[in-house]
Design a protein around this ligand. Structure first.
Ligand SMILES: [Zn+2]
Length: 260
C-alpha cells in the first residue's frame, strides 16, 4: 500500500489493486473512508499514520471498497447498502477477485474464509474528530446507500464512486442517471475546493466535478457500449468535459429529466 498526505488532515492510501482509502485524522480521533479489496494488510499502514482510534466508514459496499472491512471489528455504512454488502463480499466474489488478479487461492485462504463484520448503520451528520470534522452525506446514485464526505476545514469532498473521471452507473443496483444527477448536484451546495475520488490519484479541482455534472444533458451525445458481464443491460457511454465519461443504463434513464 502507498500512502500520500494530500492536505493537513487527509492521507490517501492506495491498495494493491489501485483503490483509494482515505484517512482523515483529527487530534482526538480518525476516520478511514473505505477499505479497498483487503488483499494487503491495512493495520500496519494505519499504525504508521496514527495511534488514535479509527472509525471505518464505507462510501458504499462494492467489493473493491468493502472487502478490506474483514480486517476490522466494526464498520459503518448507510443501511441501504445491506444487500450490496451481502452480494459483493461473498466467497464466490472473493474467488473471482483472486482469479482476475492472478493470485493463488491457496496462498489467500485467509482472504476466502475470513468473516465480514456486521454493518453498523450510518447516519447523516457531522463527525467531530477534534480539530477537524467529517460531514457524512447520503447521496444515492452509484448505489442506493452511497455516501459522500465533506471535510470543511480542508475544503475537500470525498466522492467515493459517485464521481470518478470515469463514473460507472450501469450496475443493477445503480440509480437512474437523471436521479443520480439531481442527487449529486445537491452536494455542490457545500463549498469544497477539491475532490478526492476512489480510482484516481491526487486532488481534483472542484470545477472537474461541476463540468462533469453540467455536461449530463438530454442533448449530450452518447453511444451504446455493451458490458460483457451484464449482457442484458444496455450500457450507454456519454463523454463529458472533453475527457470524462459516464456509463449508465439507458433503459432506466428518463432523458427529459436530465436538464431539470
Ligand atoms: Zn463502486
Amino acid at each position: 500500500m502507498i500512502a500520500a498526505k494530500l492536505t493537513e488532515h487527509i492521507t490517501v492510501i492506495t491498495d494493491l489493486l489501485g483503490v483509494n482509502l482515505t484517512l482523515i485524522t483529527g487530534d482526538e480521533k480518525a476516520v478511514l473512508v473505505d477499505t479497498g479489496y483487503g488483499l494487503d494488510q491495512i493495520a500496519p499502514v494505519l499504525t504508521g499514520l496514527t495511534d488514535l482510534p479509527v472509525q471505518v466508514i464505507l462510501t458504499h459496499a462494492h467489493h473493491d471498497h468493502s472487502l478490506g472491512a474483514m480486517q476490522f471489528e466494526s464498520v459503518w455504512a448507510f443501511p441501504e447498502e445491506g444487500p450490496v454488502y451481502a452480494q459483493y463480499t461473498c466467497r464466490e466474489r472473493r474467488m473471482k477477485i483472486l482469479r482476475n488478479a492472478g493470485l493463488s487461492p491457496d496462498a489467500y485462504a485467509w482472504y476466502l474464509d475470513r468473516p465480514m463484520p456486521a454493518l453498523h448503520l450510518l447516519e447523516e451528520g457531522s463527525i467531530d474528530l477534534g480539530d477537524v470534522h467529517v460531514d457524512v452525506m447520503h447521496v444515492p446514485g452509484h448505489t442506493p446507500g452511497s455516501a459522500m464526505m465533506y471535510i470543511p476545514e480542508d475544503g475537500v469532498l470525498v466522492s467515493g464512486d459517485n464521481w470518478n473521471p470515469e463514473t460507472w452507473l450501469f450496475f443493477p443496483e445503480a440509480l437512474p442517471l437523471h436521479v443520480y444527477k439531481r442527487n449529486v448536484m445537491r452536494v455542490l451546495e457545500r463549498p469544497f475546493g477539491s475532490v478526492i475520488c476512489s480510482h484516481r490519484q491526487g486532488l481534483f479541482e472542484r470545477t472537474r466535478l461541476e463540468r462533469f455534472l453540467a455536461g449530463i444533458r438530454a442533448t449530450a451525445p452518447w453511444q451504446l457500449s455493451p458490458f460483457a458481464d451484464l449482457p442484458d443491460i444496455r450500457r450507454g457511454m456519454m463523454t463529458l468535459d472533453g475527457d470524462q465519461v459516464i456509463a449508465f443504463d439507458v433503459d432506466k434513464c428518463d432523458f427529459e429529466q436530465l436538464d431539470i
